[in-house]
Design a protein around this ligand. Structure first.
Ligand SMILES: Cc1cc2nc3c(=O)[nH]c(=O)nc-3n(C[C@H](O)[C@H](O)[C@H](O)COP(=O)(O)OP(=O)(O)OC[C@H]3O[C@@H](n4cnc5c(N)ncnc54)[C@H](O)[C@@H]3O)c2cc1C
Length: 382
């Protein structure tokens, strides 16, 4: 049996959350080990839309402006126009003051992993973490290696092993599943069709969720995300109705993918003893539109800040992280959840009228809220 290795911080999962935490902590001089079950580059089902708040955050965290992100080949496409539909009926839209930017997650995630490695984070890829102990800070890998860390960051995505190691697992995981959205996504090559400059959101195919059609440089991404309601289990059926309305022949589509998305299941207790949860592992995605990349980077930056401020003091680090996350992200996610409930509850007719009113009454404020330039708590305030 091999001897146990040690480190200051073990980060499980090298997606946007894990790579961000590893980068910030290694740059600060901590001994960081970043683990991922996959070798990178690896694919990740994602529509790849970045809003203003993500671009702004990337510049603050990594010092890369929008122009530099484009130069490095991370931003593949940008789009200034959007439309909102209830099924095929247009209920809103306009020209954005700041465009939506699109990335390819395979390239994007690989880039941030290399960035973390470049500042000294050790990386152990292609082997899963199989057990996590939040009390002692011990980890075991599938190949039998064991690590002892002063603090662990669980950034291991939706089915987080780290989260499932916390006390109260059964109850929490049951509640977790209630607000877990199913998704399906595919790509449709433009072929003879002209390239589109419109990002479209289509409500009405699912009671609690929406479908999208996002432009890319040589193909369009079409997808659907929504909660599985007891009477309406079939996301697949809703997606085929959407594709039919879009005139998409599913035979010509490529890259079919299906993967769950946190959709209102953010945890209000993101830490226990030596373990801090970040990104999807903590359910941190927007419960209305499903945006998660920003929340992954932002929560990981807060976890790193808590570790640096407390200098790895186990008795204070979790509380500090909870404070930062509560003020910085959970407050906003609760407001988005409030708006979602208001918009999605009730029957189809009420939903249609509510969404139409919402889109028409204050389109610029809504755009600013989606981009993160205005809090959802201030949507109706001047
Ligand atoms: C269909 C779809 C479309 C989406 N579109 C958008 C969008 O347009 N814009 C947006 O902002 N967000 C979008 N999201 C959400 C976004 O993809 C996630 O919120 C984001 O990936 C979260 O990042 P993360 O780092 O927390 O987790 P992940 O990106 O899931 O990374 C977790 C990592 O942990 C690793 N891991 C898991 N278990 C273990 C283990 N036991 N041991 C070691 N490693 C492990 C995994 O291999 C993975 O690399 C979408 C999601 C879906 C499903």
């Amino acid at each position: 049996m091999s001897a146990m290795q040690s480190c200051d911080v073990a980060v499980i999962g090298a997606g946007p959350a894990g790579a961000t935490a590893a980068f910030l902590l290694a740059r600060h001089g901590y001994d960081v080990v970043l683990f991922d079950r996959h070798d990178f580059p690896r694919p990740k089902p994602c529509a790849g839309l970045l809003t203003w708040k993500s671009i702004d955050l990337l510049e603050r965290l990594f010092g890369l402006s929008l122009a530099r992100l484009s130069q490095k080949g991370l931003i593949l496409h940008s789009c200034w126009n959007y439309r909102i539909y209830y099924k095929i009926k247009e209920i809103g839209g306009g020209r954005l003051d700041f465009p939506f930017h699109f990335i390819d997650r395979t390239v994007y995630d690989h880039y941030w992993l290399r960035t973390a490695g470049a500042v000294g984070a050790r990386t152990i890829m292609g082997v899963a973490v199989t057990s996590v102990d939040a009390q002692t800070g011990r980890l075991t890998l599938a190949n039998g290696l064991t690590f002892a860390a002063r603090v662990i960051i669980g950034a291991d995505g939706i089915w987080s092993k780290a989260r499932r190691s916390l006390p109260g697992r059964e109850d929490r995981e049951r509640r977790w599943r209630v607000n877990l959205a199913g998704t399906i996504e595919l790509r449709r090559p433009y072929g003879q069709k002209a390239t589109s400059d419109v990002a479209a959101l289509h409500f009405g195919y699912l009671p609690w969720g929406y479908a999208w059609s996002f432009p890319g440089s040589n193909s369009q991404t079409l997808g659907i995300a929504g909660l599985r309601m007891s009477r309406d289990r079939s996301i697949r059926k809703a997606f085929s109705n959407f594709l039919e309305d879009q005139g998409v022949d599913s035979e010509t589509a490529t890259h079919w993918q299906s993967y769950p998305l946190p959709y209102g299941n953010f945890l209000c207790q993101p830490a226990s003893r030596r373990l801090l949860l970040a990104g999807d592992a903590c359910g941190l995605a927007d419960p209305l539109l499903g945006e998660g990349i920003y929340y992954a980077h932002a929560s990981a930056a807060m976890a790193a800040k808590a570790i640096i401020e407390t200098n790895l003091a186990v008795e204070r680090v979790g509380r500090r992280y909870g404070e930062l996350l509560g003020r910085g992200l959970l407050h906003e996610l609760r407001w988005i959840n409030f708006w979602r409930t208001l918009l999605f509850m009730g029957g189809a007719h009420r939903r249609y009228r509510g969404l139409r009113l919402f889109c028409r009454i204050m389109p610029k404020r809504l755009e600013a809220a989606v981009h993160g330039q205005l809090s959802f708590s201030r949507l109706l305030l001047r």
